[in-house]
Design a protein around this ligand. Sequence first.
Ligand SMILES: Cc1cc2nc3c(=O)[nH]c(=O)nc-3n(C[C@H](O)[C@H](O)[C@H](O)COP(=O)(O)O)c2cc1C
Length: 181
Amino acid sequence: MKILVLNGSPRRNGNTETHIEAFKRGAEERGHIVEVIPIGRVRVKPCEVCEYCHEQKGRKCRIDDDMIFIYPSLKKADMVVFASPVHYFGFSAQLQAMLSRIYCWHKLPASKYALILSSGSPDVFDGIIGQYRHIVKYFGGRDEGILTVSGKDNKSEETLQKMYEFGKSLKDPKEEPPGQE
Ligand SMILES: Cc1cc2nc3c(=O)[nH]c(=O)nc-3n(C[C@H](O)[C@H](O)[C@H](O)COP(=O)(O)O)c2cc1C
C-alpha cells in the first residue's frame, strides 16, 4: 500500500527523522511504498478560514504555498502516519498548520493511520493522542499503532528496532481477511 509519513519536525537528523527512517526501512521491506514529507521544513500556512474552498466545486484551497505539492500525496495515500516532536504538549506548529489545511476536504481519504511521537520528557503524550484518536474517528479511518519515545530512548537501538518492526508488521489491505480492510 501507499504510506505517507508527515514529518512535523523542523530538525534535520533529529529524533523524528531517525524514527521515520527505521519505520520506512521496515515498511519497504514488507513491500509498501513509503513517501516522507518534511512538513516541518516546507512552507505551509494555517487555514485562513476564507471559505473559498467551500464556495466552488473543486474544493481547492487558494493559499499559494507548498500545500499544492502535498494535497496530491494526501489524496492517494492508503495510510497516513503523523510523526511529530512534542512541542508544548501538542503537535509541532508546522504539522498542526498543515492539519488545518485539510479543512477544504474536511476528511482525508486514507483508511489507515498511525502516530509516532518524540519528546524530551515522559508522560507528555496524552493531549496529542487524544487529538489523534478524534481525528482518525472523524475521518472514518482505523488506527494501526501509536509509538511514543522520550528522552535518551529516542535514538536507542531498541527504539529503532521497534520502529522498524512496526513498519514491517503493516499489512496491505489485500492481505487482510474480508471485513478487516
Ligand atoms: C519548541 C519546543 C517545545 C517542546 N516542548 C516539549 C514538551 O512540551 N514536552 C517535552 O517532553 N518535550 C518538549 N520538547 C522537546 C522535544 O519534543 C524533543 O527534543 C524531541 O525529541 C525533538 O524531536 P526532533 O529531534 O524530531 O525535533 C520541545 C522542544 C521544542 C523545540
